[in-house]
Design a protein around this ligand. Structure first.
Ligand SMILES: Cc1cc2nc3c(=O)[nH]c(=O)nc-3n(C[C@H](O)[C@H](O)[C@H](O)COP(=O)(O)OP(=O)(O)OC[C@H]3O[C@@H](n4cnc5c(N)ncnc54)[C@H](O)[C@@H]3O)c2cc1C
Length: 455
């Protein structure tokens, strides 16, 4: 860190994926930028959430596939997991990315300040290192924290949050996850593949807001992994060994993971010293230009509300810097794709619900060469298109759905039609062909699946 400037064009509070991208883009536009972070560059995503979870999911998949590949003629005896090596890998991956962010900030001339920032007013931050920082504009990118559940206070050994669950340096014999969102599904599936007995306690059902066709596939796979899902009852108490449920049942478990959502992180920010207002859930209110109710202060990422996803924060980081730099007026992306790194992955862009004027077409992976060759036929692609054939939504349930959905997002942003996708050559044999096949079916020209005799 160099000497801290007394006044900057832009102060960014929080160096998660939203904050550091804002800082870099603003510096590229010629602004004098300070990026204030109280913990680690890269924030939750790089250090505690997206990256460690995906590293761990890959390790779990590798172990599981190694020990479950007899049908391919692969027999492995005495396969074992070194939990410490697993832990080290995760930490090293996050560290590499954290260092990379530091390098990029430095190279772009961003002043990184390691401190907690509190607003003293609409143009000054108090830093926990004792200094104060005046700014012309500020961006709040302080993200989110795990939501708490009454009666299940985090104690970091027996009742833990998602961060701790992804940072264990041992493999627990059993865990009970309270929560039914994607975090519960991802963490539950990966530990089940590592041999942990996993219980999920869900108020209604896992991923209850998602398309049932997709969820039935995911739930079946979770059950095949031995994951037990308890629905319709609430967790009551945990005595360190047994989790009691409201229906009188109890679950013997070593650990309880509370994964009941994410809450906006605004505590200690001193927003009462500004004109920034919060909505009824505590998220910072912004307009279409990502400006808060204080004209000097903008906000992006998790702290402004749904969807709480890293790529939304990243895009808003670029956009807010360009709005402040005067080269753009609003955040106007049409879709934010969402992905669940379940088994198989679910990825959605846009709206795939059946409604008037919208035709939804489904192509099953059981008809795809790549899926048959790799024994990954459990899945499908759905395309929703309007009467003019314009693509409004795509859902992919498949290996690598997380990568494939980018094509769908591009199609929707560009107003492409199903015919545009159908007539684009997709490499063979790949999962991406399933998107093309679904588009071919959507325009009435299915090739590799027979939808019924035409008369
Ligand atoms: C288990 C899990 C897995 C996830 N996986 C994915 C995924 O695969 N893909 C995806 O898109 N999203 C995923 N997410 C969501 C993703 O982590 C968030 O959407 C993303 O981190 C939001 O970025 P952000 O920049 O808004 O905030 P954050 O990453 O939360 O960063 C905020 C930063 O602000 C700092 N800060 C807070 N207050 C202050 C202050 N007063 N002064 C200084 N610094 C401060 C914090 O220390 C933190 O570093 C996952 C979340 C969880 C829980």
């Amino acid at each position: 860190m160099g000497s801290i400037p007394e006044e900057v064009d832009l102060a960014v509070v929080g160096a998660g994926v939203g904050g550091y991208v804002t800082a870099i883009r603003a510096a590229e536009l010629g602004m004098n930028v300070a990026l204030v972070e109280k913990e680690k560059l890269g924030g939750n995503c790089l250090n505690y959430a997206c990256i460690p979870s995906k590293a761990l999911i890959n390790i779990a998949n590798t172990f599981y596939n190694t020990t479950h590949s007899q049908k391919f003629g692969i027999f492995v005896e005495n396969a074992r997991i070194d939990a410490k090596a697993m832990y080290d890998w995760r930490i090293a991956a996050s560290k590499k990315l954290e260092d990379g962010v530091g390098f990029l900030c430095k190279s772009n001339g961003v002043e990184v300040i390691k401190a907690e920032a509190t607003f003293l007013s609409s143009d000054t931050l108090q830093l926990s290192n004792g200094m104060s920082l005046k700014f012309k504009k500020a961006v709040i990118a302080t993200g989110s924290i795990p939501s708490r559940l009454d009666g299940f206070e985090f104690d970091s050994t027996k009742i833990i949050d998602y961060k701790k669950a992804l940072m264990l340096d041992y493999i627990p014999n059993s865990i009970a996850i309270i929560g039914a969102g994607y975090v519960a599904v991802e963490i539950g599936t990966l530990y089940a593949k590592l041999g942990t007995k996993v219980h999920i306690v869900a108020r209604s059902d896992v991923l209850s807001k998602f398309d049932r066709d997709a969820i039935e596939i995911i739930k079946k796979n979770m059950q095949n992994l031995g994951i037990k899902i308890y629905t319709g009852s609430l967790p009551v108490s945990f005595d360190g060994k047994s989790l009691k449920l409201s229906d009188g049942n109890s679950i013997d478990t070593e650990l309880v993971v509370v994964a009941v959502g994410l809450s906006p992180y605004t505590s200690g920010l001193g927003l009462e010293n500004t004109k920034v207002e919060l909505d009824d859930k505590g998220f910072i209110k912004v307009d279409s230009g990502l400006r808060t109710t204080d004209s000097n202060i903008f906000a992006i990422g998790d702290v402004i509300g749904a969807p709480l996803l890293a790529h939304k924060a990243i895009r808003q980081g670029v956009v807010v810097a360009e709005i402040i730099g005067g080269i753009r007026k609003s955040y106007d992306n049409i879709v934010v794709p969402s992905v669940i790194f379940s088994d198989p992955e679910i990825a959605i862009a846009g709206d795939i619900s059946e409604k008037e004027g919208i035709k939804v077409t489904k192509f099953p992976l059981s008809a795809l060469g790549r899926s048959i060759a790799l024994d990954t036929t459990n899945g499908f692609v759905k395309i929703a298109a309007d009467q003019n054939g314009v693509v409004k939504g795509v859902e992919i349930v498949s290996e690598d759905a997380s990568d494939m959905i980018a094509e769908a997002a591009l199609a929707i942003e560009m107003g492409a039609t199903a015919e545009d996708i159908a007539s684009t050559i997709h490499p063979h044999p790949t999962y991406s062909e399933a998107v093309q096949e679904a588009a071919e079916a959507a325009i009435g020209n299915p090739i590799h699946f027979f939808y019924g005799k035409k008369v």
